[in-house]
Design a protein around this ligand. Structure first.
Ligand code: FAD
Length: 321
C-alpha cells in the first residue's frame, strides 16, 4: 500500500476518482481502502428549499474529501421521502458515496421491502440499520404489526433478502434503554453476527469510553470496523439537551470550561471545536478507522475540526497500490 499526504493539491474535492468509480462503493470495502475514512451525517430538510441548501452544504464539504455522507431517517412520511431523494442526489449529482439510514419505526416488512427495492434500483449500496427512537409522545418503542422489533431483526432481514453493505449503531457509554452495559455489548455482537459490516458509535466526549468499548467488542470476537461518532460542541444549551437524551458523559474538566463560558456563545463554540479537534486527533493516532461527524446540517464546526486535522497532518489516505 502506498501512503499519500492528504494535501489540498492531492485531493479531488470529494468526487469519486476514475479508479474509485470502478470500485465497489460498499462502505465495508471503502474502510479497507481509505484510512481514515471521514463521513458526515445529515438529516433530511423539511422543505424543497431546505434540500437545495443542504446540497450546497454537502458540496462545500467536498474539499474535506469525505468517504461517504449519510442521511438519517425520520418518523414522518415526507421526511422519509426526502431521505431517499437526498441520498440519491448526493450520489448521482455530487458523486459522493451516500448511505441511507433506515429504522423499524412504523413500517411493516412489506413497506420496508418496497423502500429497499427503490434504494437498490437507485444504486444505493449502503444502509445504516437501526431500530429508531419511539415517535414523539410515545414512552417506549413498539413494533407495528408485521414489522420488526430490534435493529438485529432489521439487519437479519437485510442480510436475508438484499445485498446491501450494512452499518449499525453502537454505544460506548451504553444505550439508555439497555439493561446493562454487558447486555448492550451482547446486542452489538448480535448485530455483527446478524450481518452488520461495520458499526458507528453514538457520540462521546471521553475517548477512553470508546477505546474500552472497542477492546470489549474485540475480546468478544468482533472484527468489523467501529467508527467513532463525533459531535463538535457548538452551543451550551444544545449539548445539554443532547447528552441527556443520548447518555453521553461530558468529562468534568470540559464541563467546567463550558460553564465558565456559559454567557459567551462564541467562546463555547471555539472551545467545542478545539476540544473536538484534539479528541479526533487522538482517536486517529490510536487507530480509529475513521470519524463520523454528526453535523446537525451545519458544516462550520465540522469544517474547522477537519481543517485542524489536515493542518496537523492527521488526515491522510491509504491509496490502493
Ligand atoms: C450512528 C447512529 C445513527 C442513527 N441514525 C438514526 C436515524 O437515522 N433515525 C432515527 O430515528 N434514529 C437514529 N439513531 C438513533 C437510534 O435509532 C436510537 O439510539 C435507538 O434508540 C436505538 O437504535 P438501535 O438501532 O441501536 O436499536 P437496538 O440495537 O434495537 O437497541 C435498542 C435497545 O434495545 C436493546 N436490545 C436490542 N436488542 C435486544 C434484544 N434482542 N433483547 C433485549 N433488548 C435488546 C438494546 O440494548 C437497546 O437498549 C441513530 C443512532 C446511531 C448510533
Amino acid at each position: 500500500m502506498q501512503r499519500q499526504n492528504n494535501s489540498l493539491t492531492s485531493m479531488n474535492g470529494g468526487a469519486l476518482t476514475a479508479t474509485e468509480n470502478k470500485q465497489s462503493m460498499r462502505i465495508g470495502d471503502l474502510l479497507e481502502r481509505r484510512r481514515p475514512c471521514l463521513s458526515f451525517e445529515f438529516f433530511p430538510p423539511k422543505t424543497a428549499a431546505g434540500v437545495e441548501t443542504l446540497m450546497a452544504t454537502v458540496k462545500a464539504l467536498r474539499i474535506l474529501n469525505p468517504g461517504f455522507i449519510s442521511v438519517t431517517y425520520g418518523a414522518g412520511g415526507s421526511s422519509r421521502v426526502r431521505t431517499l431523494e437526498v441520498v440519491k442526489r448526493i450520489k448521482t449529482e455530487l458523486g459522493i458515496e451516500a448511505m441511507a439510514h433506515l429504522t423499524c419505526v412504523g413500517s411493516t416488512r412489506d413497506e420496508l421491502r418496497t423502500l429497499l427495492r427503490e434504494l437498490e434500483t437507485a444504486g444505493i449500496e449502503n444502509i445504516m440499520a437501526l431500530r429508531g427512537d419511539p415517535p414523539k409522545g410515545d414512552e417506549a418503542f413498539t413494533a407495528v404489526e408485521g414489522g420488526l422489533r430490534y435493529a438485529t431483526d432489521l439487519i437479519a432481514f437485510l442480510a436475508g433478502e438484499f445485498s446491501f453493505c450494512v452499518g449499525a449503531g453502537a454505544y460506548p457509554e451504553t444505550h439508555p434503554e439497555a439493561l446493562s452495559s454487558t447486555d448492550d455489548v451482547r446486542v452489538a455482537v448480535a448485530k455483527v453476527a446478524a450481518g452488520a459490516n461495520f458499526l458507528v458509535t453514538q457520540f462521546f466526549f471521553d475517548n477512553e469510553a470508546y477505546f474500552r468499548y472497542v477492546d470489549r467488542l474485540r475480546w468478544e470476537g468482533v472484527t468489523v470496523p467501529i467508527i467513532p461518532g463525533i459531535m463538535p460542541i457548538t452551543s451550551y444549551d444544545a449539548i445539554g439537551r443532547m447528552t441527556r437524551m443520548s447518555g453521553a458523559r461530558i468529562p468534568q474538566r470540559l464541563l467546567a470550561e463550558l460553564e465558565a463560558r456559559i454567557d459567551e456563545p462564541e467562546a463555547v463554540l471555539e472551545l467545542g471545536v478545539a476540544y473536538c479537534a484534539v479528541q479526533c486527533r487522538e482517536l486517529l493516532a490510536r487507530g480509529a478507522p475513521g470519524l463520523h461527524f454528526y453535523t446537525l446540517n451545519k458544516s462550520t464546526a465540522t469544517r474547522a475540526v477537519v481543517s485542524a486535522l489536515i493542518a496537523a497532518n492527521a488526515v491522510h489516505e491509504l491509496v490502493p497500490g
